[in-house]
Design a binder for this molecule. Structure first.
Ligand code: BTN
Length: 254
């Protein structure tokens, strides 16, 4: 399998080598296959099309060729960053910031890994950790409303749906890689507060009545605080309960 192009971006940690393919089964498979060598830390894999794209919960991720950014990055993060809650927040914030830079649209994060524009899903993140960490990102760029309707994805959208403008997915991917790199570099340098604050803001649920769905059932309360270590819910009796982010499968307005 030979990449169509290899880019070398002027970044610090991610995307100094980007392998660009026409068609792959999954960009995350190719990135995972590079994990045997730590020298591949930060290598990114892009494809115009995937034949077996994976989503969360064993779902498939399919989209027309050339319509989306299909990106996977291989990382060997330091132990304190090797947590799905942190990595998902980092990738989701980076996608939101990229959307804002390109379109001016204010994207939101839907817990834990969806990126929404005006309530419709425009992107998703899939973290897979084995020998290395593979961060897979799908961002819908050029699909029209009719493409989503034909695929039965009535809750989905792309940048084009909101801007009426088609874009080169390669250009969007480069911008996203720069954004991911900047945020990751800050995290590696020990600045967790900036990204955590952006993540909280983009979730948009602080101070609201929420339902946190966990394996042991639904927990309800006002979301007093939210960090990568805990969610604090204030119950109607005034007592607080704290949940680990990893326990929470969905976090929704009540
Ligand atoms: C989700 O279910 O929301 C996560 C979707 C992740 C899709 C991306 S596309 C690039 C990478 N390769 C895959 O097979 N999946 C991820």
């Amino acid at each position: 399998m030979t990449p169509r192009e290899i880019w070398t971006l002027d970044t610090r940690r991610l995307g100094r080598r980007v392998l660009v393919f026409d068609r792959l089964d999954s960009t995350s498979n190719v990135a995972a296959g590079l994990a045997e060598s730590p020298d591949n830390d930060g290598v990114a894999v892009l494809a115009d099309e995937q034949t077996s794209g994976r989503g969360q919960h064993g779902r498939t991720w399919t989209c027309p060729a050339g319509s989306s950014v299909l990106l996977s990055v291989l990382l060997f993060p330091p132990p304190e960053l090797r947590r799905p809650a942190v990595l998902t927040a980092w990738a989701a914030v980076s996608v939101c910031e990229t959307i804002a830079e390109l379109t001016g649209l204010e994207a939101r994060i839907k817990w834990p890994n969806d990126v929404l524009i005006r309530g419709r899903k425009a992107g998703g993140i899939l973290i897979e950790q084995r020998a290395g960490t593979v961060v897979g990102i799908g961002l819908n760029v050029n699909q029209g409303a009719e493409d989503f309707a034909a695929a039965g994805l009535t809750e989905a959208a792309s940048l084009a749906v909101f801007t009426g403008q088609r874009r080169d997915c390669g250009t969007v991917a480069r911008q996203l890689l720069h954004q991911l790199d900047q945020q990751y570099d800050a995290l590696c340098a020990g600045d967790r507060a900036t990204l955590e604050a952006h993540w909280k803001g983009r979730l948009g649920l602080l101070g609201q009545e929420v339902v946190a769905e966990c394996a042991d059932g639904a927990h309800r309360g006002r979301l007093r605080d939210l960090t990568w270590d805990s969610l604090e819910l204030v119950r109607t009796d005034g007592g607080s309960e704290w949940l680990r982010p990893e326990m929470v499968t969905h976090l929704l307005p009540a």
